[in-house]
Design a protein around this ligand. Structure first.
Ligand code: NAP
Length: 265
């Protein structure tokens, strides 16, 4: 089995998620752009997107599969079966990776050629800067060597977590929808600062780095988030006044309800 940087990677569908993965792999130097291939529906749009990175554009899914060792299917979930049916025989000897929401192992087994090596994942958009999360379904049909190689590829751009099929949905909601919620928090913090005269760009920069740093602190120390909050709140101090307002305004319950609303969709 080749090492991850010797593989040719193909994207069937080259929209937001495929480009985020490609961008991260190029940024981290994991895979050279000229080892990547992509197809999409609209040829002119595909050319604009692939030329930006120096990736090869392919006329169709068949050509993409032909030229790749690892095929990443990144079309909308309702199109996954339709596009893969056109190339199912050609997937023999390839590694197929799905990034489609709600498309787990059992669903692929219903229409892929028996014995196809496939893995269902859920990445989030921060993979573009090498700080993503890629959830991998525990059940897959890659060999140990293939999985080790895919893991090496993904770990260059993300935290890789194995998740059982029953928890892929909720884990994906947290990691996939979370960036939208976090971005709203960054915007709101910055609005508060701008209200008090801080320039807009500086506000965004400080709010974003504060989120990055707080997340890294939690990951490295494994501390309870409540303890991290307590660590910043001195008795009768300023931060606890803000915390009390957030509690009164239902900040935490609003976030819990947001996750719950996504899960109940
Ligand atoms: N965006 C996220 O944050 C996120 C997170 C986790 C998982 N995902 C999953 O990632 C997948 C892609 O989502 P996205 O947000 O990247 O969607 P997107 O931006 O709409 O991209 C979809 C891509 O599929 C292409 N396409 C459509 N029909 C095709 C066909 N018949 N053959 C080949 N390519 C075709 C589109 O080409 P044209 O543009 O030319 O139509 C486009 O390049 C979805 O399954 C989604 O569930 C996304």
């Amino acid at each position: 089995m080749s090492r991850s940087n010797e593989l040719n990677i193909g994207f069937i569908g080259f929209g937001n998620m495929a480009q985020a993965i490609a961008e991260g792999l190029i940024l981290k130097g994991t895979v050279a752009a000229d080892r990547m291939y992509a197809c999409a529906r609209n040829w002119d749009k595909l050319c604009r997107n692939t030329e930006r990175y120096g990736i090869h554009g392919c006329r169709d899914a068949g050509e993409t599969v032909e030229r790749s060792d690892v095929v990443i299917v990144a079309v909308k979930p309702y199109l996954v079966e339709e596009v893969l049916m056109q190339v199912r025989e050609r997937l023999e000897g390839k590694i197929l990776i799905s990034v489609a929401v709600n498309f787990l192992f059992d669903k692929f087994e219903e229409f892929l050629v028996p014995g196809t090596h496939h893995l269902s994942t859920l990445p989030n958009t921060p993979v573009a800067v090498g700080e993503g999360i890629i959830l991998c379904e525990e059940q897959h049909s890659l060999t140990q060597d293939e999985f080790a190689m895919v893991r090496e590829l993904f770990e260059s751009i993300a935290l890789v977590e194995m998740v059982d099929g029953g928890h892929m949905g909720i884990a994906g909601t947290l990691s996939g929808c979370g960036p939208a919620f976090a971005a709203m928090f960054i915007e709101a913090l910055s609005d508060g600062a701008v209200l008090h005269g801080l320039p807009r760009e500086l506000s965004y920069k400080l709010a974003s780095q504060m989120i990055v740093g707080t997340g890294k602190l939690q990951l490295s120390a494994g501390r309870h988030p409540g303890a991290m909050k307590d660590g910043v709140c001195s008795p009768g101090g300023t931060t606890i006044k803000g915390v009390a307002v957030l509690e009164r305004k239902g900040f935490r319950s609003a976030v819990i309800d947001a996750i719950d609303a996504v899960e109940r969709r």
